[in-house]
Design a protein around this ligand. Structure first.
Ligand SMILES: *Cc1c(COP(=O)(O)O)cnc(C)c1O
Length: 371
């Protein structure tokens, strides 16, 4: 029976990492073990003279409850960005192993692979099918890879950034089974709160080589606090923790995250998610009616991808009115596309007003040209 941890780099499997003073300490009231200042800085009320807990127990417990997993399955990281970096370094032998992505997708998978000198195998999304995942081709690539150029990580971004669609749980399960004993399947659920699709955490008991990334950066409005997590097999989680920086999570960020996860705060988050989903539907309808829009892609996230007659002109027009849209990094299938985050109702209205003005101006130009 193969162990999931055996997919990771051999030399890291038993690696204990840095033994920090904070890790070694237990009990005691006089702290003379970490060369900290015994005094708080002027104005500090959070005990910032002390190093933080490497994995703050209260936050781990709160996130584990939120995602319905146990605490040994969860590692808190500096955003899911750090989790992606840790996974890449733990799994990929530099110059030998690969990661599999389905572009267009989130850029950090490739960035972290490049830093680790891992190859990026791209099985493109099916542009002609609304950017659906090519499940057959991904499964074939996983099983075809030979032992010396092995695919170690398979990224499934669901809902996908920047295209917006979620991946069906049955497809994720099929890929995890195909990758059994070979690769870790990493499901990035940064936008899961905006989707009706069930979380892949429900597959963890049947698919031990599956990992799920979650973050407080999007629905929980905490992008500035850099709190994310990776959920999965406890032995893999233990290795990731061992290669992480000793004190990754600043105390003020942990305090802010716990506040953002209080009962009253999460109730507010739920109502804002509901509002953003309504706004998403409204924006999709309104954008679809604009003459300069070629296609609005169905989205399960807090953004929509839109294909324009002339994306550069629309981008400039919006910018001139103070509205900043996102030009996705150049990837096949995204020509003339812009990604639009769902803002407040007022912000969305402002964007629609600007775009309606643009189409009127274009109409004017056309009318003059035809005169
Ligand atoms: C925004 C985003 C992240 C990064 O989240 P952080 O937790 O802020 O690092 C991860 N994955 C995807 C797909 C994202 O769009």
């Amino acid at each position: 029976m193969s162990r999931v941890v055996d997919i990771l780099r051999e030399e890291l499997r038993e690696f204990a990492g840095y033994s920090s003073a904070r890790k070694e300490a237990s009990g005691g009231t006089v702290w003379l073990n970490a060369n900290e200042s015994p005094w708080s800085a002027a104005g500090d009320t959070q005990g910032l003279n002390r190093y933080p807990e490497p994995q703050p127990a209260a936050l781990v417990a709160r996130l584990s409850a939120l995602y319905g997993v146990n605490s040994a399955q969860l590692l808190v990281s500096r955003g899911s960005d750090e989790a992606i970096d840790l996974l890449t370094r733990a799994a990929c032998r530099a110059g030998r192993d690969s990661v599999l992505i389905s572009a267009p997708t989130f850029g950090m998978y490739s960035v972290c692979a490049k830093v680790q000198d891992a190859t990026v195998v791209n099985i493109p999304l099916l542009a002609e099918h609304g950017f659906a995942l090519d499940v057959d081709a991904v499964a074939a690539a996983i099983t075809a890879a030979d032992n010396d150029q092995r695919i170690k990580l398979v990224y499934i971004c669901s809902p996908n950034n920047p295209t917006g669609a979620a991946v069906a749980l049955a497809d994720t399960e099929r890929l995890a089974r195909a990758a059994h004993g070979r690769a870790l399947v990493v499901v990035d659920e940064a936008y899961a709160e905006f989707s009706d699709a069930a979380s892949a955490t429900s597959l963890l008991t049947t698919c031990p080589n599956l990992l799920v990334l979650r973050t407080l950066s999007k629905a929980y409005a905490m992008a500035g606090a850099r709190i994310g997590c990776v959920i999965g097999d406890p032995t893999v989680i233990a290795v990731l923790r061992s290669i992480m920086a000793p004190y990754p999570l600043p105390t003020p960020c942990v305090v802010a995250a716990l506040a953002a996860l209080s009962d009253s705060a999460t109730a507010l988050v739920r109502s804002r998610i509901a509002l953003q989903r309504c706004e998403r539907a409204r924006l999709v309808r309104a954008l679809s009616e604009l003459p300069q829009v070629l296609k609005v892609f169905a989205s399960d996230a807090n953004f929509v991808l839109v294909k324009w007659v002339d994306a550069a002109a629309t981008y400039q027009r919006a910018l001139a009115a103070g509205v900043v849209l996102r030009v996705p990094s150049p990837q096949p299938g995204l020509q003339n596309c812009l990604r639009i985050s769902i803002g407040t109702p007022e912000e969305n209205q402002r964007l629609l007003a600007v775009l309606a003005g643009q189409s009127r101006a274009d109409g004017q130009v056309n009318a003059e040209a035809h005169a």
